[in-house]
Ligand binder design. Structure first.
Ligand code: GLU
Length: 392
């Protein structure tokens, strides 16, 4: 009899991504003929714009099918650097940019090259569920900074200051936020910068993947533009998935201090190598084009975010802070008396409605709904939620 295979402690402790798992489960149930409405995926339901698809297809036909430079096609790195300078006000040169397999690999690589065992990662809650896992994979400790719904799920600079310990090494900022939709304003970023100036050992990663998805009246600011004196300590993670509807392409980037980006590139050279070459040419067409298609999709998300928020406001017992960006709503459903996992399991079993439990994002009172779905799906999802509440 062969000896049982034991997994590494690292793999044993790893939680697979629940957002991806629920999305896959909903898809599978539908393929089995079940009537399932999914508001779980954080994925634009638009097709990638035609000119981007065409550019990738042209690159494929032109023979861009071989290994490329690990850090990315030079023209794409240059275009990302130009975007950061011009659109985000963050002076960046192309050797400060690494093209990655989506924003997730940018985070993974960064955490791996910055963090030692026991280092602290400061994580404002609620947070996107992959941050803690990526931190644990790097051997780091997660230091959660709680927030309150009454405080708008905002990062309180005093709470940040209080959470910092001598081993704190990296602060994660995600604005617009997944799952709350909170958008950090310029003044808030200035206050955060003031705290950072008092703690020179602390580095920051800004996950700006939802930068284009902003409710009216809100603007996106990069911390590195608001506090240029801290730019050496700030890393930007972003990608094409959300703004350009390119989730499956897996093209993202990491930008920041040259030596750190070089280390992340070395890590990538020993793991995945370059991002799919012809996909990078699609990304190049996307980033160098005017933002019309991005803004048109963002406008549609604004309309649907409102449709979702207004629908949720009409369901008794749900308490929603109007999201300011991204494409999620994160209502507090604790008045229904169920923990978020039980609630989501029952919604799927009893109503065929797939949502993501808030516990995965660090808040068991809440549930996450995505408005990246058609109006019909949103309306049907809301109706199923209302029916469930009525039956409680
Ligand atoms: N970021 C998206 C979400 O939260 C995509 C799925 C994932 O990678 O987690 O739904």
């Amino acid at each position: 009899m062969p000896a049982p295979i034991t997994l590494s402690a690292r793999a044993g402790a790893l939680q697979p991504s629940l957002t991806l798992a629920i999305t896959a489960k909903a898809r599978q149930l539908r393929s089995e003929g079940k009537d399932v409405v999914s508001l779980s995926a954080g994925e634009p339901d638009f097709d990638t714009p035609a000119f981007i698809r065409q550019a990738a297809s042209d690159a494929l036909e032109a023979g861009h099918t071989r290994y490329g430079p690990v850090s990315g096609e030079p023209a794409l790195r240059q275009a990302i650097a130009a975007k950061l300078c011009e659109e985000n006000g963050v002076p960046t040169s192309s050797d400060q940019v690494l093209v990655t397999n989506g924003g997730k690999q940018a985070l993974y690589n960064l955490f791996q090259v910055l963090l030692n065992r026991g280092d602290g990662v400061l994580l404002p809650a609620p947070y996107w569920l992959s941050y803690p896992e990526i931190a644990h994979l790097a051997g780091a400790r997660v230091q959660i900074i709680p927030s309150t719904a009454a405080g708008g799920f905002r990062l309180d600079p005093a709470a940040l200051e209080a959470a910092i310990t001598p081993t704190s090494r990296l602060l994660v900022l995600n604005s617009p936020s997944n799952p709350t939709g909170m958008v950090l304003g310029r003044h808030e970023l200035e206050e955060i910068a003031a705290v950072l100036r008092r703690h020179p050992q602390l580095l920051v990663v800004c996950d700006e993947i939802y930068e284009f998805l902003l409710a009216p009246g809100h603007s996106h600011h990069s911390l590195a533009a608001v506090a240029p004196d801290l730019a050496e300590r700030i890393f930007i993670v972003n990608g094409f998935a959300k703004g350009w509807a390119m989730t499956g392409w897996r093209v993202g980037w990491l930008a920041g201090a040259r030596e750190v980006v070089a280390a992340a590139s070395a890590l990538q050279s020993q793991s995945t190598s370059n991002v799919c070459t012809f996909a990078q040419y699609g990304a190049l067409a996307a980033i160098t084009a005017p933002r019309d298609c991005v803004l048109a999709m963002a406008a549609d998300f604004n309309r649907r975010r409102l449709l979702l928020s207004e629908g949720l406001a009409r369901i008794p017992g749900l308490n929603l802070l109007p999201p300011e960006g991204a494409f999620y709503a994160f209502p507090d459903a604790s008045a229904w008396g169920l923990d978020s996992m039980t609630l989501c399991n029952r919604l799927l079993d009893e109503q065929g409605l797939a949502l993501v439990p808030g516990v995965a994002f660090g808040d068991d009172r809440c549930i996450r709904l995505s408005c990246a779905a058609s109006d019909t799906t949103l309306i049907e999802g809301l109706e199923r939620l209302r029916r469930f509440q009525a039956g409680l």
